[in-house]
Design a protein around this ligand. Sequence first.
Ligand SMILES: Cc1cc2nc3c(=O)[nH]c(=O)nc-3n(C[C@H](O)[C@H](O)[C@H](O)COP(=O)(O)OP(=O)(O)OC[C@H]3O[C@@H](n4cnc5c(N)ncnc54)[C@H](O)[C@@H]3O)c2cc1C
Length: 316
Amino acid sequence: MSGLSISKAPSKHVRVLILGAGPAGLSAALYAARADLQPLVLTGLQLGGQVSLTNTIENYPGFPEGVGGTELGELFQKQAERFGAKVELDSAQSVDLSVRPFKVPTDNGEYSAETLIVSTGANPNLLNVPGEAGLTGRGISYCATCDGWFFKDKQVVVVGGGDSALEEGLFLTRFATSVTIFHRRDSLRAGAILQKRALNHPKIKFVWNTVVTEAIGTEKLTAVKLKNVLTGEESVFLTDGLFIFIGHTPNTQIFAGQLEMENGYIKVDERMHTSVPGVFAAGEAADSHFKQVITSAGMGAAAAIEATRFLEQEVG
Ligand SMILES: Cc1cc2nc3c(=O)[nH]c(=O)nc-3n(C[C@H](O)[C@H](O)[C@H](O)COP(=O)(O)OP(=O)(O)OC[C@H]3O[C@@H](n4cnc5c(N)ncnc54)[C@H](O)[C@@H]3O)c2cc1C
């Protein structure tokens, strides 16, 4: 040992630390800021969250003509900052929730926080095939509730075989002329009632043992390339839309073993309390059902109201 001690930057203390700068985190920031708590938001790698990946959001109230995804994220941030929220480009590396104040080492330093709001979101699982990244938002979607309307009188295809694939496929029949569901196996994982409804629906057709290997199109999606997993036979299927429903992965790995979870989603009660007092969770990190901007924002507001009450009652 050289005898030299490595000095670590002292941790910065905040009353409300918010992990994530998507709709949930920035809405929590707005509410905590308006309670005069000067919250700090760590953005992670995706400023604005998943909305920044989409061109237009048409189902967030207050924007009758729709609003750009990036623009909506910027507006959320601006509104929270107006009341004193601080937003830092930094990511939590881990958390220590065994002591209060909680300890959160980050890429750029360390924070100690009296309350923590986890709004680290989730990501839709990708097919990871050529063409997918470039055509997302140009015919490829991961959300029927968000984008179904754009496919009125069009032909669409769905990938997946679980509950969400069938639920979203059935939802798409409201708009599309036909919905073809490609599934890599020859049977479905979805529940029996959903299966019956989908299998009997006149607009839905199933193609079994088949995977999509490429998304084809230049400006927008025009076709998908398919492969039969039993025979290896390849074909091209013309379509206007590709909806991918093969699950979501919540960004909650750093909370494993410290917060109660279910299938990777942080468990919260109806007031966004997690299993650790003083830690709240909001948005897709804690929501496997709705996955919308408005529901995530609502959960964020609720989490901040509860964090404010917690500080009043427990910390003073
Ligand atoms: C392509 C696409 C289109 C969509 N279209 C619509 C639509 O039209 N309408 C609609 O209502 N919904 C839409 N959605 C869904 C909507 O975007 C999500 O429901 C919403 O963004 C979830 O908000 P969130 O705040 O929970 O999480 P996210 O938006 O996922 O944000 C998570 C945040 O956490 C941060 N983060 C992650 N890990 C860390 C860490 N360790 N430390 C600090 N920060 C971290 C990320 O960087 C990010 O800022 C769409 C989603 C996608 C992918």
